[in-house]
Design a protein around this ligand. Structure first.
Ligand SMILES: [Zn+2]
Length: 297
């Protein structure tokens, strides 16, 4: 039987029935996060009632999730922190529930059914509005003691520009404000006064706009350096990159590979660095993988 999976983000909630790598009857509703965590949970129950014939519920949620509880969340989801996702949903829906962070779920999805399939372990990095990551071994994602493991965006890069950028976590010097989609947009706007989309900035970089090229390719190289450092630490079978930023073009990928080669220990130079395949379905599919693992016994 399928698993009903949710992906709770700051702006929308996606739901669907998951069977392996298939997502059937997907639905999207606005999160309306400003109404608070209570309201989000009420929506989940309402959506769950509208589906039939599922075995249990798998949740991928924004924030740091530990034992089914939101232990930390950003200001995007007011009142979300402290929410007992699995406890409340299990009581309301009368079935088993498993929950994990959306970035961890994304990584599990790509590792088992996406670009990481076939590899014993996988480092997945999501490059969108922010930057997140997950390290998986088989169907187990490394979550850490407080649920924080994989926060790739909050690693420090040796970059004079990054040293002046304040990260969403409050620290300076992290890769996220340097190389994320929102970071690229903000940096280009600061340098030129023009507010363009990430795709437009990438197109300008490819066309030879010096400012755009420096921002896009410079950050890609810094990202590659950190990927090399991470491979030195974790030695995964593959590195999977996903999110809007990976569409920045061949030169962006080349800059990532150059940065990687400059920091990785040469024995791991051939570790594949590949593009994610599951897009927006990855967190739903990965949450279901996590559910199966939690409720296998
Ligand atoms: Zn940070």
């Amino acid at each position: 039987m399928s698993i009903l999976a949710f992906d709770i983000g700051g702006t929308k909630i996606r739901a669907g029935l998951v069977d392996g790598d298939q997502v059937v009857d997907p639905r999207v509703v606005p999160t309306e996060a400003h109404l608070g965590g209570r309201q989000v949970m009420a929506k989940l129950q309402q959506i769950a009632n509208s589906y039939t014939a599922y075995e249990g519920i798998a949740v991928a949620a924004a924030g740091v999730i530990k034992d089914g509880v939101v232990v930390s969340s950003s200001a995007l989801l007011p009142g979300w922190q402290g929410t007992n996702i699995t406890g409340e949903l299990a009581d309301a829906a009368g079935c088993a529930v498993a929950a994990l962070g959306d970035v961890h779920a994304h990584g599990l999805g790509e590792a088992i059914y996406g670009a990481g399939r076939g590899f014993a372990s996988c480092l997945t990095i999501g490059l969108g509005t922010g930057i997140g990551g997950a390290f998986t071994e088989g169907d187990r994602v490394q979550r850490g003691v407080v649920g924080l493991a994989g926060h790739f965006g909050h690693m420090t890069v040796p970059d004079a520009v990054a040293e002046k950028l304040v990260c969403s976590c409050g620290h300076i010097g992290h890769i996220e404000p340097l190389a994320s989609g929102s970071g690229l947009i903000a940096r280009y706007q600061k340098a030129t006064g023009e507010k363009l989309s990430g795709a437009e900035i990438a197109a300008r970089a490819a066309a030879g706009d010096g400012v755009a090229a420096k921002i896009v390719f410079g950050s890609a190289r810094a990202l590659g350096v950190l990927i090399g450092d991470s491979v030195n630490l974790l030695d995964p079978g593959a590195v999977v990159l996903s999110g809007s930023v990976v569409n920045a073009g061949a030169d962006w990928w080349q800059a990532v590979r150059e940065g990687y080669a400059s920091s990785v220990i040469p024995v791991a130079l051939q570790t594949p660095i590949v593009r994610g395949e599951l897009q927006e379905n990855a967190p739903l599919i990965g949450a279901a993988v996590h559910y199966r693992r939690e409720h296998a016994k």
